[in-house]
Design a protein around this ligand. Structure first.
Ligand code: GUN
Length: 294
């Protein structure tokens, strides 16, 4: 892709920070154009429920990233003992706010709260996470929708490294609605031959060894070892588990780097792309809303 030509890529490493920087710089330019055309900044509304430190950190990083590119952010918080009603009410308030183009309710919600009605409370036109069934349906068809930030960010990474997808054997480990499932649909959209595995898959290694492109989103640190990877494969690690030794991915990086052509590290691989994609998606929703009104 032309706008990634300036990056001198390390041969074996998928450098998410470098690609994310390019994406963010482009979003900053596009936000500037949006502001001069429509006289306002795109706006991201977020809701954080409870006091999970990792979620609080992610939300802070999202706000800082918004600020850097000129996107306004409106942040609401609720205590861990908030009721289902509280969460849905604040979500509706963010949706109703005219300055908000995209609404993000940080998940997981504290135990006892049901995310489903909250996801449905955000209409597809403000669903920056792409969690609404309409948006999932849109990426499963030819409609233009918002894809969940992490899988969309992986697609941007694969394109930045010119990874061939047409006809390629792509194996996705994990089928969550927010990552694995949309990941599989995005790869299918690009004409890869997609296999989706999950925790009940009988022989995971048999499936992963077939992969030209292996995308891992299981949340099990060190799950993927070198013997599970086809020599020359491209391996993308979406796993992020907070352990006493720090953030750990699902791929045993040093081991797998010896057989893979390309592998993404944790941290510094997919993580930065998730936030860069959130900025792109917020801008995309803002543009769609502004144009619908013009
Ligand atoms: N928690 C971890 N990643 C995400 C994300 O992309 N969106 C939301 N809403 N919550 C998350």
């Amino acid at each position: 892709m032309a706008h990634f030509e300036g990056i001198a890529f390390d041969q074996a490493l998928i450098d998410g920070r470098a690609v994310a920087e390019v994406v963010r710089a482009q979003v900053a330019i596009d936000v500037g154009e949006f502001r001069s055309e429509f006289g306002r900044a795109p706006g991201l509304g977020t809701l954080l429920v409870g006091d999970d430190p990792a979620s609080a950190t992610y939300i802070r990083m999202k706000h800082r990233a918004c600020e850097e590119v000129g996107i306004a952010s409106i942040h609401r918080t609720l205590p861990a003992d908030a009721t289902q009603e509280d969460v849905e009410r604040v979500t509706h308030e963010l949706v109703a706010d005219d300055a908000v183009d995209g609404v993000l309710v940080q998940v997981p919600l504290p135990a006892g709260l049901d995310p489903e009605p909250v996801i449905l409370a955000v209409p597809p036109t403000k669903d920056v996470d792409g969690f609404h069934p309409w948006n999932l349906g849109a990426i499963a068809s030819t409609l233009d929708g918002i894809a969940s930030c992490t899988p969309q960010g992986v697609m941007t990474l694969l394109d930045a490294y010119d990874v061939p997808l047409v006809g390629a054997e792509a194996v996705v480990v994990g089928r969550s609605r927010t990552v694995g499932m949309p990941m599989a649909m995005l790869l299918l959209q690009r004409n890869a031959t997609v296999t989706v595995t999950h925790h009940l898959t009988r022989d995971l290694a048999k499936a992963t060894r077939e992969a030209d492109v292996l995308i891992v989103a299981a949340g099990v640190p060190g799950l993927i070892t070198a013997d599970m990877v086809k020599p020359g494969a491209v391996v993308v690690d979406i796993g992020t588990t907070h352990t006493p030794d720090g953030l750990r991915g699902d791929v045993l990086f040093d081991d797998v780097a010896k057989v893979a052509r390309l592998v993404s590290p944790v941290p510094g691989g997919v993580g930065p792309m998730t936030i860069a994609t959130l900025l792109q998606s917020t801008l995309k929703l803002a543009q769609a809303r502004a144009r619908a009104r013009a």
